[in-house]
Every structure is written in structure tokens, then in C-alpha cells.
Design a protein around this ligand. Structure first.
Ligand SMILES: [Ca+2]
Ligand SMILES: [Ca+2]
Ligand SMILES: [Ca+2]
Ligand SMILES: [Ca+2]
Length: 353
């Protein structure tokens, strides 16, 4: 697309690249006002030296293909977004046994450069980290940080002085369900009950451990095994109690009964009823759309809303997700209504994937 001369080739662009429909229409209607957005790779001189290290081994365990995560947050309230990266760990120990596995926080210097402040901030992390989500969960005006991972989830409280404190245990958001740490991938801060306090939704992926790790392909030519070889997991919803602690309300709200292979999560009030809903992108399983019932419980309505499957009626390897353009979503899923309808009689309930 970058080589297309836009005003003269606008029609061709629209024909080939449906994803750029809006931009192409703009180009054809107001060619003189079109904008060109260009990007320049400035990493080399930015001071951002982070290198992702998945700690993979010759057996290619499936965890090595699911990181890493990044969060943009203004942790020091100077008006400039700072950068946080998650990183892997040794396998099979799942420990950050060397600095190359450290998560990293970079302070934005306001001049296009960044300074690594990980050690001072105290956010190098533990375990095999995957994702991150930043928000001010205690409404003190300073953005806090939640890190997901295979064997360790961490909630960092912002101390307002450039440092963070690991408050995971006190807060009760370790990602443990029925005494077992689930492999967490993504997280979203959401005030699902409209009480003014951000609650925490965590997606969980596969029932993987170093002990049950499968191998695929011949020795010396191992490939990452497909997720179908592992059981899925329930997601977790934590209610913010307002005193620095959270309560796991996954069962009480109906979230826990839906077993999937959760990767990405997006939140929005898609039906405009004033209660924020949750979409979970499941890897090679049907996606979940959790409709919020007035902050009390959730109904999983993915199939009924035509967002569980593709327009071919099959699940795909859903990973990243975002809400955008309600009219576009509506039109798109109306088109697939008839293809999905036949599945409704056969569909399985949550917990039976
Ligand atoms: Ca900042
Ligand atoms: Ca805070
Ligand atoms: Ca809340
Ligand atoms: Ca809603």
C-alpha cells in the first residue's frame, strides 16, 4: 500500500484493501486534503534496548510463542507516556534466572529518548510474564500496573515517587483458581458494577505446565504444538473492594463457567445499556461475549450476537481484539447471521468446550 499513488489509484485501493475503506473514501472525496502519515524507526537512538527473550528450548514448549506484552502508561504523571515490556523466563524453571529475562520500564525523557528505570522502579518481575494492563485502581491519581504470566501474576501499586510495590498477595489477584495458578495472558481494568472502582478481568489460556508439556515433530525439528492438545481454562473476574483488596467473583458472576482458551480481551458497552461488557478472543475455540447484567452477572452471548465464529461458521485462532465502529460491527455480523443460525441448535454451553 505504501507504494500506491493515492489520488489516482483510490478506487484500486478500495477494491483491494477493505480495511482501509474509510481512508480511501476520504482520499477520493477530498484528494487535496488527504494526509500522509509516515513512520520512522527511531529505536536505535531512543534508548529503548529491550529484547524479548522467550527462553525457548529445543522442544519448543507452547508458552514460548505467546509473549510478549507492552503497556503505555504515564507512571510519573509528567504528561508523557512511558513504556513497559514483559519478558519470558527460563524453561522449565519459569524463573527470571538472569537479567535478560527482566521486564523493563522505560521513562520518557520528552525528547524522543527513554531511560531504563526498571531497577529503581522495582518492576523487573518474576516468572514467565506475558501481558500487562495499566490503570489507577485505587483512584489516588497514579497509574498502577498489572502483569500477567504463566506462573506468576503481579499487581504493582504506584508509590508516586517513581517506585512500585508488589501488592499481589494483599490484593488477592494472583491469578489462582481452586488453588492452581492459571496461565494468564491478558487483563483488562473494567468497572463492571459501576461503583467507581476499577475491577480486573484476566484471561487464561491453556492447562499447560512443565510437567504436562507436549512435544510435536521429530527430535531436532520440534514445532510448537497446537493448543488443541491442551485443555482450556476459565477466565477470572476480580471485584475491587475499595480497600486495596479484591474478591474473586468469577463464579458468582457466571464468568467461571465458560471454559475457553483466552488470549485477548476487549471491553465496551456494546449494547449501550450503561453496563460495560467483555469480549474474549479464544484461540481456535469460539469467542466469548459476556453481556453485563447490571453489574450482577454476565451472560455469554457470543453465538447469539454472531461474534463467536467466522462467517464460515468455524472458530479461528483469535488472539488480539478491540471494539471499534458499532455500525461496522453490526453490518458485518448481520451478514453472517444465516450462516451461524444452524450452529445454535448444536452449540454447547459454557464449560463444555
Ligand atoms: Ca511519564
Ligand atoms: Ca494508583
Ligand atoms: Ca467496580
Ligand atoms: Ca452493556
Amino acid at each position: 500500500m505504501s507504494g500506491v499513488p493515492w489520488p489516482t489509484a483510490g478506487f484500486r485501493v478500495r477494491s483491494v484493501l477493505a480495511c482501509t475503506l474509510g481512508a480511501a473514501l476520504l482520499a477520493s472525496s477530498k484528494p487535496s486534503e488527504q494526509s500522509r502519515i509516515g513512520f520512522e524507526n527511531r529505536q536505535e537512538h531512543s534508548g529503548v534496548t529491550f529484547v524479548l527473550n522467550n527462553g525457548s528450548t529445543d522442544d519448543k514448549p507452547i508458552i514460548d510463542s505467546t509473549l510478549g506484552g507492552v503497556a503505555l502508561l504515564d507512571y510519573d504523571n509528567d504528561g508523557y507516556l512511558d513504556l513497559f515490556f514483559t519478558n519470558g523466563a527460563s524453561i522449565p524453571s519459569l524463573n527470571k534466572s538472569k537479567q535478560a529475562f527482566s521486564n523493563r520500564l522505560y521513562h520518557n525523557n520528552h525528547d524522543g529518548t527513554f531511560t531504563d528505570v526498571t531497577e529503581r522502579a522495582g518492576v523487573a518481575g518474576e516468572g514467565y510474564s506475558i501481558g500487562a494492563a495499566a490503570a489507577d485502581y485505587d483512584n489516588d491519581g497514579w497509574t498502577d500496573l498489572y502483569v500477567t504470566g504463566v506462573n506468576r501474576n503481579i499487581l504493582y501499586h504506584n508509590n508516586k515517587d517513581g517506585t512500585f510495590t508488589d501488592v499481589t498477595q494483599k490484593a488477592g489477584v494472583a491469578g489462582i483458581s481452586d488453588g492452581r495458578k492459571l496461565w494468564s495472558v491478558s487483563a483488562a481494568w473494567i468497572d463492571y458494577d459501576n461503583d467507581g472502582l476499577l475491577d480486573l478481568f484476566v484471561t487464561n489460556y491453556l492447562d499447560w505446565s512443565p510437567e504436562n508439556s507436549r512435544v510435536c515433530g521429530p527430535p531436532g525439528k520440534r514445532l510448537s504444538c497446537p493448543p488443541s492438545l491442551y485443555k482450556g481454562e476459565p477466565n477470572i473476574l476480580y471485584h475491587n473492594n475499595g480497600d486495596g483488596t479484591f474478591t474473586d467473583v468469577s463464579a458468582a458472576t457466571g464468568i467461571a463457567k465458560c471454559i475457553g482458551k483466552g488470549m485477548g480481551v476487549a471491553i465496551a458497552d456494546y449494547d449501550g445499556d450503561g453496563w460495560t461488557d467483555i469480549f474474549v478472543a479464544n484461540d481456535n475455540e469460539r469467542n466469548f461475549l459476556f453481556k453485563n447484567r447490571r453489574g450482577q452477572e454476565f451472560d455469554e452471548v457470543g453465538v447469539d450476537s454472531f461474534v463467536a465464529y467466522t462467517d464460515d461458521g468455524v472458530p479461528v485462532s483469535s488472539m488480539g481484539v478491540d471494539f471499534r465502529g458499532p455500525k461496522k460491527f453490526h453490518d458485518g455480523y448481520l451478514r453472517i447471521r444465516h450462516r451461524i443460525r444452524h450452529l445454535q441448535d448444536e452449540r454447547v454451553g459454557c464449560g463444555n468446550l
